[in-house]
Design a binder for this molecule. Structure first.
Ligand code: 5GP
Ligand code: MN
Length: 347
């Protein structure tokens, strides 16, 4: 059944363009971004399922799939090196990734030899290939992949519906972030009609903690502080936190959203030490407070309410630079209508 009407009018041309490009493609490598998240894995999976339905040869490429996403049913083996791909690739489908800096260097190095198709929803992306569909208004790249599937005349059922739902749920924070518009709900309703059990999916995503993760979060919650008259919530994470709690960076997924829950906070900032001289930051906001603008100045990117990047500096230097840039952004934006509450947390 063709459900073109489900695709918002302004997305139809892009969906058709990518559907046509996939139909012309052969021997396709599919990749998301490094440090794969729910949307990246979902879009990778959807890409494979669409290509399989089109009768194409494809291979999934990723450095690894995080353990918390291990329940996602993948349409084939995941290759972490191009050396093992069982065919000579002709095309690459790159999903949820806006620049080669966020791809594995081995894969990025092969792009000049391949016909590249790029589907993404990050702000500021110029597209990486011959056929690009960059749609920052989309809540998730998986949403765009759903529209590509529809443009290919594929029903949103079974593993395809499940995969798309993983991307939608992940990038909307369980249908709660500001990007959760009517098109997201329409698509979710269609996925549910196609047999997707969204409550079960949320359980798979959320009820999978280890005790170590709980210890890590409790430690970090104690460390969190309010700055800039309560407008910034900040927390830094050291290498030893992971070691001492028996956790990895995967166990931090979702923590920065907790910082944003503090009353009056306009920007939540998490700074994670990855190795000496290298720190990863994550920023979150609500409404019109633009954290992408901050990341764009700090070697990163993302969306208005969720952005991140890497700083090549010590934790102390990175904290100073990050907080100075966050503060500058806040001061340049209009104050919220409600004044922030004063902090009752020791700083
Ligand atoms: P997170 O903070 O969860 O890692 O990422 C939030 C958003 O920012 C995601 O959309 C992610 O793709 C984007 N992002 C995170 N790190 C980087 C980065 O290093 N470069 C760019 N361009 N975007 C990033
Ligand atoms: Mn995404």
């Amino acid at each position: 059944m063709r459900r073109f009407g489900l695709i918002p009018a302004r997305f139809q041309e892009g969906a058709q363009k990518i559907a046509d490009a996939l139909k012309r493609s052969d021997r396709v490598l599919i990749s998301g971004h490094v440090n794969a998240d729910g949307d990246s894995v979902a879009s990778l999976t959807a890409g494979g399922l669409i290509l399989r339905a089109l009768g194409k040869q494809f291979a999934l490429y990723a450095a690894g799939i995080p353990d918390y996403l291990s329940f996602v049913s993948l349409p084939g083996a995941v290759y972490s090196s191009l050396r093992h791909i069982p065919f000579i690739p002709q095309s690459a489908l790159i999903v949820d990734c806006s620049d080669t800096g966020r791809m594995n260097a081995e894969f990025a190095g092969r792009l000049p030899d391949l016909t590249v198709i790029n589907v993404d929803h990050h702000i500021g992306s110029n597209g990486l290939g011959a056929a690009n569909w960059i749609q920052p208004e989309a809540a998730a790249t998986a949403q765009l992949m759903a529209y590509v599937a529809i443009a290919c005349d594929l029903p949103l059922v079974g593993e395809l519906a499940d995969a798309i739902a993983v991307g939608l749920v992940s990038d909307t924070g369980g249908f709660s972030h500001g990007n959760t518009d009517k098109h997201v709900f329409s698509l979710a309703a269609c996925l549910a009609s196609g047999g997707c059990d969204i409550p079960q999916l949320r359980k798979n995503l959320e009820a999978n903690w280890t005790l170590g993760q709980m210890r890590l979060w409790s430690r970090l919650m104690r460390r969190a502080c309010l700055l800039h008259n309560g407008a910034i919530a900040f927390c830094n994470v050291h290498l030893r936190d992971f070691r001492e709690c028996g956790t990895t960076i995967e166990h931090l997924e979702g923590f920065v959203e907790q910082l944003r829950r503090l009353r009056g906070v306009r920007i939540a900032a998490l700074l994670r030490e990855d190795k000496p001289g290298m720190c990863k930051y994550s920023l979150r906001s609500f409404g019109s407070t633009n954290v992408q603008a901050i990341a764009a100045r700090l070697n990163g990117g993302g969306h208005i309410n969720a952005a991140g990047g890497t700083l090549y500096a010590s934790p102390g230097q990175a904290k100073k630079l990050l907080l100075a840039t966050v503060t500058r952004q806040l001061d340049s934006e209009k104050s919220p209508t409600l004044p922030p509450c004063s902090s009752d947390i020791p700083q």
